[in-house]
Design a binder for this molecule. Structure first.
Ligand code: FAD
Length: 460
């Protein structure tokens, strides 16, 4: 049995390793068009900040390690075409001539590419994208001399990169088209708290700034200037513009043949099968099923890419293991604060037809004489939770947390499980959680939240 995987990033590697485990006699081949495998894009902000741990954190494997596991890895090799009737692929090694390979089972792990500007104008070299190591190197070079940088996009990547700029004292303007930032992840109150803290940290954040035109001009000192113009006539300029407005699925190889869904992602079932026999799609090129959300969506997350890669491997020869739906669980470190989420925002829950409520609860750490990290002019250490629930049943639909300790993201993992399993706030209320010494309220957060929910929406 020959298993061919296109793409040597998280989804492709997870699939190859699991295929090796499940089918010891199979030939497992990865084709990757770049010169390395397993680059962790999350390490880009660390690289830009000059973090000394960046080198160790930028990947978790390499070609020799995979080959020692019996996986054939062909880097610098692009898959140009797939014939799903003949089960063949046209592959092109860098600088070489096209070759033909064949497969019994094909796994597309071709990932995503940064969405490119939907703006008029000519911006030449002034435009910077954020996805690969090469993109990161370009941005770092820009940071060395830039007097100001403009970032377009107030999503997770834009915010993280803006924070890295602030860390290196590079004056930065962050432009967001909507009234709130991180709006795919959090509700308005959390978003406005984060905007305030970004502004307190010295970043210039503009909301409702929809960029419609980009331009490259020469400034009075002869330096190249990038200019972003908004729909309402405002102009923002800098030495470069970083475009961080999201990702699109790289579904071109079977785009015309397979069923495509949200944003053009390859539609897959619970076994990661596409609409074409023996062709699977995993990670950022495919759709994801979310708990409590009616239709599969496009949500490019590394955490899902790993899970989907393994699930495809298990199901290569027949459907054996369904994938758990995703809760879109995500963690973002913004300065010394953690923001983590799982499940739906309140807005999304309403859109999905839930009669929803939102309850919040704040707990303070006891001030242990500066033992905990604090930002300049920061308030007392704390964490705050916003819980989205269904009013009649008290079923947990979503969770957002913001706070100042690093291990807070574990709460998102816990709530991910609760949401997936359809638990109510009362189901969690008296679960045996550890005693939280060091907090003003030492009992479990779930006890306090359950009380708030019942006060707001008494059970019938
Ligand atoms: C700055 C940044 C921060 C992020 N932070 C987070 C985070 O905190 N949490 C989180 O869950 N996610 C995060 N993500 C998203 C995460 O990186 C992606 O979800 C993840 O990389 C998806 O993995 P993948 O294997 O599906 O695809 P990709 O990583 O996109 O990899 C696809 C691979 O396929 C190769 N390829 C494509 N077409 C071909 C072809 N025709 N032939 C050969 N090879 C091909 C590409 O070269 C690439 O290596 C972040 C992304 C960025 C950019």
């Amino acid at each position: 049995m020959r298993v061919v995987i296109v793409g040597g990033s998280h989804a492709g590697i997870a699939c190859a390793l699991r295929a090796r485990e499940e089918y010891p006699d199979a030939e497992v081949v990865i084709y990757e068009r770049q010169g390395s495998v397993g680059f962790i894009a999350q390490s880009i902000p660390l690289y830009l900040r000059g973090d000394r741990h960046y080198e160790e954190l930028k990947s978790y494997t390499d070609v020799p390690a995979l080959e020692r596991q019996g996986i054939v890895v062909r880097i610098n090799t692009e898959v140009r075409r797939v014939d799903t009737d003949a089960k063949t692929l046209e592959i092109v090694p860098a600088g070489g001539v096209p070759l033909v390979d064949h497969y019994d089972h094909l796994v597309l792990a071709t990932g995503s590419y940064p969405s490119i500007p939907l703006a008029f104008g000519s911006y030449g070299d002034s435009l910077y994208l954020v996805k690969s190591y090469e993109h990161a190197v370009r941005i770092k070079e820009l940071m060395e001399t830039a007097k100001r940088i403009v970032i377009i996009g107030g999503g997770a990547i834009g915010v993280e990169i803006a924070r890295a700029m602030r860390y290196k004292d590079v004056p930065t303007t962050l432009l967001q088209s909507h009234a709130t930032i991180l709006d795919r992840y959090v509700d308005d109150e959390v978003s406005s708290e984060i905007i305030d803290s970004l502004r307190d940290a010295g970043l210039d954040v503009y909301t409702e700034a929809l960029v419609t035109e980009l331009e490259e001009v020469l400034g009075p000192d002869g330096r190249r200037q990038a200019v972003a113009k908004t729909a309402d006539g405002r102009t923002f300029s800098g030495d470069g513009i970083i475009y961080a407005t999201g990702f699109r699925p790289n579904s071109f190889l079977i785009g015309g043949k397979a069923e495509l869904g949200d944003k053009g992602a390859i539609v897959v079932d619970d076994y990661m099968r596409t609409s074409i026999p023996d062709v699977f799609a995993v990670g950022d090129c495919s759709t994801t099923t979310l708990t409590n959300v009616a239709r599969p969506v496009y949500i490019p997350h590394a955490s899902d890419a790993f899970r989907q890669g393994e699930i495809a491997a298990i199901n290569l020869v027949g459907p054996r293991q369904r994938i758990n739906p995703s809760q879109g669980t995500y963690n973002l470190n913004i300065g010394t604060r953690t923001m983590c989420i799982s499940g739906m925002t309140f807005k999304r829950a309403v859109e999905e037809g839930f009669d929803s409520g939102i309850a919040s609860y704040r707990n303070e750490f006891l001030d242990l004489d500066g033992l905990l990290p604090r930002e300049d002019n920061d308030e007392d250490p704390y964490y705050k939770i916003w819980l989205i629930y269904e009013r009649g049943t008290h079923k947990i639909l979503g969770f957002q947390l913001r706070g100042t300790a690093t291990d807070l993201s574990l709460y998102a993992d816990l709530m991910s499980l609760a949401i997936e399993r359809g638990l109510t706030v009362e189901d969690l209320e008296f679960v045996d959680f550890y005693f939280k010494q060091g907090y003003a309220n030492p009992r479990s957060f779930s006890k306090y939240l359950a009380a708030v929910v019942r006060q707001q929406d008494p059970r019938g």
